[in-house]
Design a protein around this ligand. Structure first.
Ligand code: HEM
Ligand SMILES: [Cu+2]
Length: 563
C-alpha cells in the first residue's frame, strides 16, 4: 500500500495529510482510516439530508389542516426520511466508527481485507445515490421505509403514482448498501478474530470491539433476509411473480415476516456500536474502569441472540395465532433484562468516579436517560393489547426516535467528541459542543416527548395532516418549534466539525488520558498505524504504561478490571 514512510509523523492535523495525498489517493484508497473518513463524510451528508426532510415534515405538521405539502409528497418525504436515516446516515456512521477504530483498538495495521473494505464503501455510496436518483424520475418510494408489499407491487396498484419506478430504485439501492454492509461485517469479524496484537486475549478486547463484532454477526444474519425479500419483490414487479400478491395466491404477510426478521435485528444493529462507544467514553471520563466488563460482553451476546426471536412483535395487529402472540411478547420482554444489565453497569461505572463533564460525557449521560425512556416505551408495546391500541400512532414515532435519535445519534455525537482529535489531530470546540448539547437535549425532548401524548390522543402516523382536535394543535406546534431547536443544535455540530479542522486546539496523542491502544499512536495516526504497540496485560494498557514509567509497576489483571 502507499507510502510506508509516514508523512503524517510530522503532521499536526488531518489537513496536512489531505494536502499530501490528493483526490486520487482517496478514490483509490484501501486504508481503513481513509475509508472510515469517507464513511463519515458521506453519512454525515446523508444525515443532513434526512434532517432537512424531517424539518419539512415538522413544518407541514406545525398547524392542523396545513397544505404546504400534498399528501403524496408528504408520503415520499417520510419514506425517504426513514430510509435515509436508517440505511444511509446512522448505520454507515456506525460502520465508519467500526472501520476506523477497530483496527486501531486491537493494534492492527489495517482491516483483514482492505480491498473489500473499499468495495463496501463504494457499494454504499452507489446505493445511496441510486436511491436519490429516483427523485429525478418524478417517482419515489412513498409507502414508508418498511415498503410493505403488496402496496409496493405495480400490478396491484390503482394509483398512478405506484406504477412508476421509485420502488425499483429503492430495491436496487438498498440491495447495494446491504451488500456493502455484509462485506464490512465479514471484514470486521476476520479482523477481530485474526489481527489482534498477539497478547490481546479475548478477555482483554475493548468493549467497543466486542460490540462491533456482535454487530457484524447481526448484520450477517439479518441483512440477507432483507436482500432475499427485495429480490422477490423485484421478481413480483417485473417477472410476473406472485410471492406477496394475494390476487394470485401470494402471501402479503410473507413480506412482513422477511422484513421484520431483518428489521428488528436492524434496530439493534443501529444501537450496538453505540453501546460500544458509550462503554469506552463513560469509564475514561469517570476515571474508573468499566464496571462488570464480562457482564457487558455477555449481555451484548444475549441481546444479539434474542433479537432474532422477536420480529413478530411488529405484526401484533395482523391477526396471528394467540400462541404466536404469547411467544413473541414474552421474548420481547426478555430483552429488557440484558439491556437493563448494561444500563446498570454504565451507571455503576460512573458511581463514585471523579466525572469530567466534557461534551462527550454529557452526550453519554443524556443517552442513558433517553435510551431508557425509549426502551421502556418499547416494553409497553410488547404488551399485545397496548400495541393494538397504540400501533400506527405517534406513540410509535416517539418511541423509536427515543432509541434511534435520543439513543444512537447521541452516542454518535459522544463518539465524535471523543475520537475527532484522534482522527484529525485537533480538538472539537468544547464551547460549541456544550451549546450544541443543550440545544439538542432541549430540542429533542421537546420534539418527541410530547409526541407520546399525540399518540395517546390517537394521532395516526404517516398521515400528512390532522384535524383541529383538542390538544393536537398545541402538541404539534410545540413539537415543531422544538424540532427547529434540535436542527439548530445539529447544524452547530456541522459547523464545529468544519471550523475545528483548521482552528481546533492541537490534540496530541492522548488528550483525554484514554487507556486503549488507539491513543498510543499519533493523531492522526500514520499510514501504518503504530510504530510500536504497547504490551496488553489488562483492559487499560496505556494506564499500565503510564504507571510503569512512573515506577509504580503494572496493575495485575484483577486490578486492571476492577479497581
Ligand atoms: C432530526 C430530527 C428528526 C425529526 C424532527 C424527525 C421527525 C420525524 C417525524 C415527524 C416522523 C413521522 C412522520 C409520519 O409518520 O408522518 C419521522 C419518521 C421516521 N423517522 Fe425521524 N426525525 C428525526 C430524526 C431521525 C433519525 C436520526 C432517525 C433514525 C436513525 C429517524 C428515523 C425515522 C424513521 C425510521 C421514521 C419512519 C418513517 C416511516 O414511517 O416510514 N428520524 N421522523
Ligand atoms: Cu422490533
Amino acid at each position: 500500500m502507499n507510502n510506508e514512510t509516514s508523512a503524517s509523523k510530522t503532521a499536526e492535523s488531518i489537513l496536512d495529510v489531505l494536502e499530501y495525498k490528493g483526490l486520487l489517493s482517496w478514490i483509490s484508497s484501501v486504508d481503513h482510516k481513509q475509508i472510515g473518513i469517507m464513511y463519515f463524510v458521506t453519512s454525515l451528508l446523508f444525515l443532513l439530508v434526512g434532517v432537512s426532510e424531517a424539518m419539512v415534515m415538522r413544518t407541514q405538521l406545525i398547524k392542523p389542516n396545513n397544505h404546504l405539502l400534498s399528501p403524496v409528497t408528504y408520503n415520499q418525504v417520510f419514506s425517504m426520511h426513514g430510509t435515509t436515516m436508517v440505511f444511509l446516515a446512522v448505520m454507515p456512521l456506525l460502520i465508519g466508527f467500526m472501520i476506523y477504530f477497530v483496527p486501531l483498538m486491537i493494534g492492527a495495521r489495517d482491516m483483514a481485507f482492505p480491498r473489500m473494505n473499499a468495495l463496501g464503501y463504494w457499494l454504499y455510496l452507489m446505493g445511496g445515490l441510486l436511491l436519490y436518483f429516483s427523485f429525478f424520475t418524478g417517482d419515489t418510494l412513498h409507502m414508508g421505509w418498511s415498503a410493505y408489499a403488496p402496496l409496493t407491487e405495480t400490478n396491484y396498484s390503482m394509483n398512478k403514482y405506484m406504477i412508476g419506478t421509485g420502488v425499483d430504485y429503492w430495491i436496487i439501492g438498498i440491495l447495494l448498501t446491504g451488500a456493502g454492509s455484509i462485506m464490512s461485517s465479514i471484514n470486521i469479524l476476520a479482523t477481530v478474530a485474526f489481527l489482534r496484537t498477539p497478547d490481546m486475549k479475548l478477555n482483554l478486547v475493548p468493549l467497543f470491539v466486542w460490540m462491533s463484532a456482535a454487530n457484524a454477526v447481526l448484520i450477517l444474519l439479518a441483512v440477507p433476509a432483507l436482500n432475499v425479500a427485495l429480490v422477490m419483490l423485484f421478481i413480483d414487479r417485473h417477472l410476473h411473480g406472485f410471492f406477496f400478491n394475494p390476487v394470485a395466491g401470494g402471501e402479503p404477510l410473507l413480506w412482513e415476516h422477511y422484513f421484520w426478521f431483518f428489521g428488528h435485528p436492524e434496530v439493534y444493529i443501529l444501537i450496538l456500536p453505540g453501546f460500544g462507544i458509550i462503554s469506552e467514553v463513560i469509564p475514561v471520563f469517570s476515571q474508573k474502569p468499566i464496571f462488570g466488563y464480562a457482564f457487558l460482553a455477555v449481555a451484548t451476546i444475549a441481546i444479539a441472540f434474542l433479537s432474532f426471536g422477536v420480529w413478530a412483535h411488529h405484526m401484533f395487529a395482523t391477526g396471528m395465532d394467540r400462541t404466536v402472540y404469547y411467544v413473541f411478547a414474552l421474548a420481547s420482554m426478555l430483552i429488557a433484562i440484558p439491556t437493563g444489565v448494561k444500563i446498570f453497569n454504565w451507571i455503576a461505572t460512573m458511581w463514585g468516579g471523579s466525572i469530567k463533564f466534557e461534551t462527550a460525557m454529557m452526550f453519554a449521560v443524556a443517552f442513558i436517560m433517553q435510551f431508557t425512556i425509549g426502551g421502556l416505551s418499547g416494553v409497553a408495546f410488547a404488551t399485545v393489547p397496548i400495541d393494538w391500541a397504540l400501533t400506527h400512532t405517534y406513540f410509535v414515532v416517539a418511541h423509536f426516535h427515543y432509541t434511534l435519535l435520543g439513543g444512537t445519534l447521541f452516542t454518535v455525537m459522544a463518539g465524535f467528541y471523543y475520537w475527532y482529535p484522534k482522527i484529525t489531530g485537533r480538538m472539537l470546540s468544547e464551547m460549541l459542543g456544550k451549546i450544541q448539547f443543550w440545544l439538542m437535549v432541549i430540542g429533542f425532548n421537546g420534539t418527541f416527548f410530547i409526541l407520546f401524548f399525540a399518540g395517546l390522543e390517537g394521532m395516526p402516523r404517516r398521515v400528512y395532516t390532522y384535524r383541529n382536535l383538542p390538544y393536537l394543535a398545541n402538541i404539534n406546534l410545540i413539537s415543531s418549534l422544538s424540532a427547529y431547536v434540535l436542527a439548530l443544535g445539529i447544524l452547530l455540530f456541522f459547523i464545529n466539525l468544519v471550523v475545528s479542522l483548521k482552528k481546533g486546539k492541537l490534540a496530541g496523542d492522548n488528550p483525554w488520558d484514554g487507556w486503549t491502544l488507539e491513543w498510543a499512536t499519533t493523531s492522526p495516526p500514520p499510514p501504518h498505524n503504530f510504530d510500536r504497540i504497547p504490551p496488553v496485560r489488562s483492559l487499560r494498557p496505556l494506564l499500565d504504561l503510564k504507571r510503569e514509567r512512573a515506577g509504580a509497576g503494572a496493575l495485575d489483571f484483577y486490578e486492571g478490571e476492577n479497581g
